[in-house]
Design a protein around this ligand. Structure first.
Ligand code: HEM
Length: 177
């Protein structure tokens, strides 16, 4: 995840920006490809990135949304079989995160439950890491990828004390491609 974040910051803001982010966040920059790092450090880095972008919050969402183009280039096989975001999301447990765990045995990936709703799908998310904002950003990025516009309602959220997060996603065709 840190390598992905580095790619994103460098693509949007240039090489020196990443060094500045590491400095602000007081981080070492020596990351293995994933897992085994404190989520607190990711949160700190994202805070530093948002400060650089002049935004007060929304780091996880920005990171998630911006990650999808990188993931789609690197792992096209997860994306090409599908024409809609809903189809893609329904493969998260059985294909995407399952394969991810084969490639990276240390990966700590979430399990979702799914319920089809009119115009989309509701994702139930349950994870000790409570990264529903990252999940929402990834869903937004996936919708961009499939040229759809997504509305995400979150009637339940672990960050507000609920047992799980419920991400109710409905899709429209995006006005512009
Ligand atoms: C919209 C689609 C996706 C959603 C909503 C999603 C959601 C998430 C979330 C919320 C996490 C954080 C771990 C947790 O909450 O317990 C995570 C971890 C992860 N996801 Fe996904 N994901 C999506 C697509 C993908 C794709 C396409 C890939 C890539 C190939 C991927 C690879 C990973 C990896 C490697 C981790 C583990 C990182 C670590 O160990 O820290 N995900 N995913």
């Amino acid at each position: 995840m840190f390598n992905l974040l580095e790619s994103l910051v460098v693509a949007d803001h240039g090489e020196t920006a990443w060094d500045a982010v590491l400095e602000t966040a007081n981080a070492s920059g020596a990351y293995t490809s994933l897992g085994n790092y404190p989520d607190a450090e990711l949160a700190q880095l994202l805070e530093a990135v948002m400060a650089l972008r002049g935004e007060a919050s929304g780091g996880y969402r920005w990171f998630g949304r911006g990650s999808i183009p990188f993931l789609a280039r690197r792992y096209p096989v997860f994306f090409t079989p599908h024409t809609t975001t809903t189809q893609f999301l329904l493969t998260l447990n059985d294909i995407i995160h399952t394969e991810v765990r084969k490639i990276y045995p240390g990966a700590d990936v979430p399990v979702f439950d799914f319920e089809l709703v009119p115009g989309g799908v509701a994702l139930g998310y349950h994870s000790q890491r409570r990264l529903c904002q990252l999940g929402s950003g990834l869903i937004e990025g996936a919708a961009d990828h499939f040229h759809e516009r997504v509305t995400i309602e979150q009637p339940e959220c672990m960050l507000r004390g609920d047992v799980k997060c419920l991400l109710v996603c409905t899709f429209d065709i995006a006005a512009t491609k």
